[in-house]
Design a protein around this ligand. Structure first.
Ligand code: NDP
Ligand code: HSE
Length: 436
């Protein structure tokens, strides 16, 4: 048995819900292993919650639950924030950092809106601030971006970063489940946010895109710089058209370096439902799993894959940060400095390059194909495939057009012009395609 001379480190846990209760379990059940790894016992000092006597996924000593989060923070060596939301999480994290107390958080919503303020405060006071759990659950992705790729130049990060929406889309695709049933199941399994509109509306993935881009490009990005489209508009017709064309629909978060038409170098951050070819690795990411592709100039293509949500997987990432911080407290050494700040401006999503599947319901008469094709040509958008499907998407003929990559601005103009064409009854679906 290893003996330790260092005094116990007091861990204040803010939140005892899906993730917090699993962190409490690990701190309790694995106390001996953690003590040996850290060189000092990690002592769970208390768990701040709203309702101390509410039932928990894992029940700690009832005496540990409290509603007095401030006192818990003030007496801690390490604060683990797993309450979620902006307040009181922001004020409590600020309180800890101002006092030089290390903080671990999984709160992507907070980081994507107020990250800069918190990183600055941590840099000023020398306190640690770690948040591996904030993106892609158990998958180690932030540390590789920040540390392992520090000598490379990341050009693109693209992935499935929200477990709830992947779970819903996967159930709809593979089992024909309804949106509502799949969402209820994701909530029951602890994948969804307290307000699941952040998941299905795309804001959760957008917050993660902002955090990923901040680390990948060394520039601070916020949620409002990400163009967001969630999965609530996905229809049975979209699914049918995607399947028929050989694609799966995935909600992708994409952050990429680009050069705008006027030569400005910048980054585009976007989240939207995307068609991914069935043979692409992202198409086989099922359930609440996440996968993040990173493209870097020298490393080439890297893919990170694993459980993206849920209590125990997320608690694993939280504990990784906690042990690393605790080891630094025990062994000494300087606090980790902020990633050097570059200045890669966020550009308008209209500057992005992508390809598109456009499904149109058109009049079944001579000359229609020529007029539709002319719209694409007029806007400089090249067609990769064009198929006519009889009897789908309502009366008339259904045209399914897949374009080559083009600027988003030109694709938007094509869709607007098609909608105004008298032979086009309906623009049934417009979905961007990646990975082809
Ligand atoms: P839950 O809603 O399950 O738990 C939240 C906990 O915080 C509850 O114990 C709640 O208390 C407590 N709490 C909330 N507000 C207050 C308040 N004002 N004062 C005191 N206590 C409060 O959330 P999760 O565990 O799912 O998520 C926690 C964080 O981790 C969020 O930031 C989330 O985005 C993030 N995260 C979650 C993942 C997941 O898969 N669930 C994955 C990755 C990150 P009470 O129990 O009494 O209501
Ligand atoms: N609600 C989030 C998701 C939790 O479904 O991915 C993990 O961040």
């Amino acid at each position: 048995m290893t003996t330790t001379a260092h005094a116990p480190l007091r861990v204040a846990l803010l939140g005892g819900g899906t993730v917090g209760s699993q962190v409490a379990r690990i701190l309790t059940e694995d106390a001996a292993v953690l003590r040996d790894r850290v060189g000092a016992p990690l002592e769970l000092a208390g768990i701040a919650v709203r309702t101390p006597d509410a039932p928990r996924d894992w029940q700690a000593d009832p005496a540990l639950y409290t509603t007095d989060a401030e006192t818990l923070v003030d007496g801690a060596d390490v604060v683990i924030e797993l309450m979620g939301g902006i307040e009181p999480a922001r004020t409590l994290i600020r309180r800890a950092l101002e006092a030089g107390i290390a903080v671990v958080t999984g709160n992507k919503a907070l980081l994507a809106q107020h990250g800069e303020e918190l990183y600055d405060l941590a840099s000023r006071t020398g306190a640690q601030l770690s948040f591996e759990a904030a993106v892609a659950g158990a998958i180690p992705i932030l540390r590789p971006l920040r540390d392992s790729l520090a000598g490379d130049r990341v050009t693109r990060v693209m992935g499935i970063a929200n477990g709830t929406t992947n779970f819903i889309l996967d159930r709809m695709d593979t089992e024909g489940a309804s949106f509502e049933d799949a969402l209820a199941e994701a909530q029951r399994l602890g994948y969804a946010e307290a307000d699941p509109s952040a998941d299905v509306g795309g804001d959760d993935a957008a917050a993660k895109a902002a955090i990923l881009a901040t680390l990948a490009f060394g520039t601070s990005y916020t949620l409002d710089q990400v163009s967001v489209e969630g999965i609530t508009g996905i229809t049975a017709a979209d699914n049918e058209a995607a399947t028929e064309a050989g694609y799966a629909i995935k909600l992708l978060a994409i952050a990429e370096r680009v050069t705008a038409e006027d030569g400005t170098a910048g980054a585009i951050l976007r989240v939207h439902p995307t068609l991914v070819p069935r043979q692409h690795p992202l198409a086989s990411v099922h359930g609440a799993f996440n996968a993040v592709f990173v493209e870097a100039e020298n490393a080439g293509e890297l893919m990170f894959y694993g459980p993206g949500a849920g209590g125990a997987p997320t608690a694993s990432a939280v504990m990784g940060d906690t042990v690393a911080i605790a080891q630094r407290i025990v062994r000494g050494g300087p606090a980790r400095l902020r990633t050097p700040v570059a200045a890669l401006p966020a550009l308008a999503p209209a500057e992005a390059h992508t390809s598109c599947l456009v499904v149109l319901r058109v009049a079944d008469q001579p000359g229609v194909l020529r007029r539709v094709a002319a719209v694409f040509e007029d806007h400089g958008v090249s067609i990769e495939t064009l198929r006519q499907v009889q009897g789908a998407d309502g009366p008339g003929a259904s045209l399914r057009v897949i374009t080559h990559r083009a600027r988003q601005r030109d694709l938007d103009a094509v869709v607007a012009a098609l909608g105004a064409l008298d032979v086009v009854h309906d623009v049934v679906s417009v979905l961007r395609v990646e990975g082809n």
